[in-house]
Design a protein around this ligand. Structure first.
Ligand code: ADP
Ligand code: ASP
Ligand code: MG
Length: 413
C-alpha cells in the first residue's frame, strides 16, 4: 500500500464537472488501495477575482486581511471535492491549512512552511478516509491565516508529502508533464520523461510557472519523488528526481529546457565614479528598500567612469527608479535609464557541465535572428540573456531549434 499526495491545480478544479472528474480519479486511486492525501487549488480565476475585490477597496490592502481573503478560494474547493467524493461512496474529510497545522512564518503573502503536524491526517488515513487539504495556506504561531505566494498549492503538496513520508507527490495540471519549454508558446516543445531537481529549480526560478520554486526546493531538500502529470489524460508525466550518477555524462542532453519571463525591468546608471564602494551605494540602497535585484552588470569606460545595469521585478520599477534618481544626484551621475520592454531567457541543463561551446551555440542562434543580447549571466547549469521583449518568442523558438529540442511530429508554433 502506497501513500500518495496528489495536487490538483486551478484549471483541473475549474468547474463543478471538473471537480467531479477529479473525485472520480481520486476514488479510482483509493479503490486500488492507496492512502491518499489531496491538496487542491482554488477554482481557476478565483484567486485573481478575490485580489480584484480587495484592490477595488484599497490599492494596498493590509497583508493580513489579504490572506484571510485569498485563502477562501481553496476552502471552497476542498469542501466541494469532499462532497463529490462522498457522493461516490468514498469517505473524505476536508481541512484548511491551519486545521492540519501547516505552521508557517508570519510573512503574509509569501509565508514559508516551517512544520506540519501529520497526526490528524494520519488518523484519517488509518481510518480509510481520503484527506483533502486546502493548498496555498497555513497559519502562523499566533493562529493568523497565511498564504504561500502565487502557485503555492504546489508547495503545500510537496510539504505534505515530505511530512508524511509519502511514496510520491503527483502534481496534476493542465499539461501532461514538464516540457522542454512552455508548450503554449512553442508547439514543437517535447515532454520530458524526467528532469533533475536542480534543472527544475532553475527552470522554475527563471520563469517556468509550471511549479512554484519553493515546491521544487522542498522536494530537492527532502528528496520527495515528484511527478507532474495531466488531470485530463492518462500518461506517465515527468518525474523530477535526483541526478542519476550512473548515467553517462556525454549521453545527456546538453540543454534540457528553456525558461523565460517578462516579469523584469532594467535600470542603468551611467557616468558614476569607478571607485570602491560605488556599487554598494547604488545596489545597497535598492536592496535596503527590500527590492530584489536579479541580473547585475558593471562596465568601466575609457574615461574611467562606470556604468551599472541591473534588473528588478517590473512591479518594483517605479520605486527603484525613484531611488536611483536620488542616488544619481548624490554620486553626480551622468544619467539613468529605465526600460520595462525586456525579457529574460535561460537555457538550462546539467549536461552543460560536461560540454563546451554551449554559450557560443546560444549566441549564434540569436545572432542568426538578428536578436541583440543586452545582458548575459551564467551559472553552472544555466545561461541567461536579457533581450528586447518583442523578440522573446522568436528567440525561444530559435534556441529550441538550435539545441535540437524540437519534436519531429509537431507543427512549428
Ligand atoms: P495549475 O493551475 O495546475 O497549477 P499552472 O498554470 O500553474 O497550472 O501551470 C501549468 C502551466 O505551466 C501550463 O499550462 C503551461 O502553459 C505552463 N508552463 C510553463 N513552462 C512550462 C514547461 N516547461 N512545461 C510545461 N508547462 C509549462
Ligand atoms: N490559488 C493560488 C493561486 O492562484 C495558489 C495555487 O493555485 O497554487 O496562486
Ligand atoms: Mg500552478
Amino acid at each position: 500500500m502506497s501513500l500518495i499526495v496528489q495536487k490538483y491545480g486551478g484549471t483541473s478544479v475549474g468547474s463543478v464537472e471538473r471537480i467531479q472528474a477529479v473525485a472520480e480519479k481520486v476514488a479510482r486511486s483509493h479503490r486500488l488501495g492507496d492512502k491518499l492525501v489531496v491538496a487542491v487549488s482554488a477554482m481557476s480565476g478565483e484567486t485573481n477575482r478575490l485580489i480584484e475585490l480587495a484592490k477595488a477597496i484599497d490599492a494596498q490592502p493590509p497583508l493580513r486581511e489579504m490572506d484571510v481573503l485569498v485563502s477562501t478560494g481553496e476552502q471552497v474547493t476542498i469542501a466541494l471535492l469532499c462532497m463529490a467524493l462522498n457522493k461516490l461512496g468514498v469517505e473524505a474529510r476536508s481541512y484548511t491549512g491551519g486545521q492540519v497545522r501547516i505552521l508557517t512564518d508570519n510573512a503574509h503573502g509569501k509565508a514559508r512552511i516551517q512544520q506540519i503536524d501529520g497526526h490528524r491526517i494520519e488518523a484519517d488515513l488509518d481510518a480509510g478516509r481520503v484527506v483533502v487539504v486546502a493548498g496555498f495556506q497555513g497559519s502562523d504561531e499566533d493562529g493568523n491565516i497565511t498564504t504561500l505566494g502565487r502557485g503555492g498549492s504546489d508547495t503545500t503538496a510537496v510539504a505534505l508529502a515530505a511530512a508524511l513520508n509519502a511514496d510520491e507527490c503527483q502534481i496534476y495540471t493542465d499539461v501532461d508533464g514538464v516540457y522542454t519549454t512552455d508548450p503554449r508558446v512553442v508547439s514543437r516543445a517535447q515532454r520530458l520523461d524526467k528532469i533533475t531537481f536542480d534543472e527544475m529549480l532553475e527552470m522554475a526560478s527563471q520563469g517556468s510557472k509550471i511549479l512554484q520554486i519553493r515546491s521544487v526546493e522542498f522536494a530537492g531538500k527532502y528528496n520527495v519523488p515528484l511527478r507532474v502529470m495531466s488531470s485530463f489524460e492518462e500518461g506517465p508525466g515527468t518525474l523530477i528526481s535526483l541526478e542519476d550518477e550512473d548515467e553517462d555524462q556525454m549521453e545527456k542532453a546538453v540543454v534540457s529546457g528553456i525558461a523565460f519571463n517578462r516579469d523584469e525591468a532594467k535600470l542603468t546608471i551611467r557616468g558614476i565614479p569607478d571607485q570602491p564602494g560605488v556599487a554598494y551605494k547604488v545596489l545597497g540602497a535598492i536592496s535596503a528598500a527590500n527590492i530584489e535585484i536579479d541580473v547585475i552588470v558593471q562596465n568601466v569606460a575609457k574615461d574611467n567612469s562606470a556604468t551599472i545595469t541591473f534588473t528588478v521585478h517590473r512591479n518594483d520599477l517605479s520605486q527603484a527608479e525613484g531611488l536611483l534618481k536620488q542616488i544619481a544626484q548624490d554620486l553626480g551621475a551622468l544619467e539613468i535609464d529605465a526600460d520595462d520592454q525586456i525579457a529574460k531567457l535561460s537555457i538550462v541543463g546539467v549536461g552543460m557541465r560536461s560540454h563546451a561551446g554551449v554559450a557560443a551555440t546560444m549566441f549564434e542562434a540569436l545572432a542568426k535572428e538578428n536578436i541583440n543580447i543586452q545582458l548575459i549571466t551564467t551559472s553552472e547549469i544555466k545561461i541567461t540573456v536579457v533581450i528586447e521583449e518583442r523578440y522573446l518568442e522568436l528567440a525561444v523558438r530559435a534556441l529550441h531549434t538550435g539545441f535540437d529540442l524540437d519534436s519531429p511530429s509537431a507543427e512549428q508554433g
